[in-house]
Design a protein around this ligand. Sequence first.
Ligand SMILES: [Zn+2]
Length: 244
Amino acid sequence: MLRAHREIMLRFSLFGIPVTIQPWFWVTIALLGGALHSATPDALLETLIFMVVAAISILVHEFGHALTGRRLGGGYPEVVLWAFGGLAYNHGGRFTRWQRFWMILMGPGAGFLFLGLVAIALILVFGFQGGCNILTVGAIGKVVFPVSEEVLAFLQPHHRPWWVVSSVIWINLWWGLINLLPVLPLDGGRIAELWMRTPRQAYLLSATCAGGVALLFLGRGDLYATLLFGFLAFQSFKHFQELR
Ligand SMILES: [Zn+2]
């Protein structure tokens, strides 16, 4: 069993940093990419595109942590993608509070920079208004400027390059922003923890915020996000009580 597990584990090294992708990572992002509803070859391709974009975006995020950490505090970083997303470890590095702050922030930061590069590329290809329209449709489903024929053709539901671009926008913007909420163990929660007097306070803030966010998602009918934040609220509250 253990051997079979090792064989399907993907391992490689990038910028001198070892990366491991565990099999369950692919299962989770396939489910997030709508694998259960992929009944046609086109829908399957859409799920596969989402999976590849998600894997690359999560790697960009973790390398934001890993490279910033190695630069500021030394040590030996390691990146692991597992069932619940990505993790960047730093073995043996030494950090001040502000260095830790930058290391944590540069995870979502790297995702926003990646999105910025895609935005520049879109503006170079489609002009300022066209590029902005594509970005806002990907982010919030709305255009902000009059739409040209060229942009309208790009935004057609069956246009494959649009699947790639919309996944890049959605993942790097929304996952990046949600990850900055002061909820543990998200990056925002780890940043908030740096300035809390006790870990207990950080868990109380985390439980309150996660509970509120779970209710917001419940109101929007987003079951997956409600369960995720409900679980994080429960977990933070448990830690809060244990630290009494
Ligand atoms: Zn992170």
